[in-house]
Write a protein that binds this ligand. Structure first.
Ligand SMILES: [Fe+2]
Length: 304
């Protein structure tokens, strides 16, 4: 006869979380954070991830991020409770972290940003593999992304990007020919994904004459945060929209090419410019290659 393990030992690991699997099976995207399910091993994984990256943040992260970490009062010793994070976050920028069961179709994701909600993964990576994770976990989302959302200018960039996504869906909806509509949407989505990748996820910025990190993929990676700033193997260039939207990237290794913005106001301007390019048809035929655009993401935009 099998016995049901106590709730505290079940865990919410990336590779094993029955609660999440059940939510997905029921098609639930937005969920609660079942905090009671984190195991002691999950808590230990958070402690280890946080302890080792903290000194690297001090050295490589941008000023606004460090201020955000302090403003959020993140506990180094426990997986954060979204409710508590939001208590500190909401008054600063109106943003909140919203628990999700995993993958969120692209349009839904960007539309959440527009309404100042950030879809947040609640599972945490396996403690035996701290370094590389192809999918987000709560460390990436809360420790890598959310401190940036405390900054009003950066938060406004995300909202602007969400508005851009809505504009893009409306823009394409006006194309009569179905085949043409699909092709254009795919190209615009590829451009959007590349822009998001090279800024929000892997962006660098110039701060008082030094290169600092603001991209969350870098801020949540113990190895790559240092590599991105110090390695001679990385090409770092001032951001150029025409390059970013035509530049393929791969997710399974450290990035060999990164782009530098001057400020978050500069980034905001770039999103504005991106929208103008979209309206002018300049995103209709971007260079092929990674990332692939999956059907769910494509459909999520075409339904709007
Ligand atoms: Fe991310």
């Amino acid at each position: 006869m099998s016995t049901v393990p106590p709730a505290a030992s079940i865990g919410l690991s990336t590779n094993h979380a029955p609660f999440i699997e059940q939510a997905r099976a029921h098609g639930e995207i937005f969920i609660r954070q079942p905090y009671e399910l984190y195991s002691e091993e999950n808590q230990e994984t958070w402690r280890r991830l946080y302890a080792r990256i903290r000194p690297r943040w001090e050295r490589y992260a941008n000023r606004k991020f460090l201020q955000g970490v302090s403003n959020l009062a993140l506990d180094p010793n426990a997986v954060p409770k979204l409710e508590e994070v939001n208590h500190f976050l909401a008054p600063l920028s109106g943003f909140s972290a919203k628990a999700v069961s995993g993958y969120v179709p692209a349009y839904v994701f960007f539309d959440c940003l527009r309404t100042r909600a950030f879809p947040t993964t609640v599972t945490i990576r396996d403690g035996r593999q701290l370094d590389y994770l192809p999918e987000p976990d709560i460390f990436h989302d809360i420790a890598g992304h959310v401190p940036m959302h405390t900054d009003k200018s950066f938060a406004d960039v995300l909202v602007r990007f969400g508005e851009f996504a809505r504009e893009a869906a409306e823009h394409v909806a006006g194309i009569r020919d179905e085949h043409e509509r699909l092709l254009r949407m795919e190209s615009i989505l590829r451009a959007m994904a590349r822009f998001f990748w090279f800024t929000v996820e892997f962006g660098l910025m110039c701060e008082a004459g030094q290169i600092k990190v603001y991209g969350s993929g870098l801020l949540s990676s113990f190895g790559e945060i240092e590599h991105s700033v110090s390695s001679p193997l990385v090409q770092r260039y001032p951001i150029r929209l025409e390059w970013v939207i035509n530049q393929a990237f791969e997710i399974n290794h450290y990035q060999p090419l990164l782009f530098v913005v001057e400020s978050f106001e500069h980034l905001f301007e770039l999103v504005h410019e991106l929208e103008q390019w979209m309206k002018d048809g300049r995103l209709d035929n971007v260079a092929p290659g990674e990332p692939g655009v999956n059907e769910t993401d494509l459909k999520s935009f075409l339904r709007k």
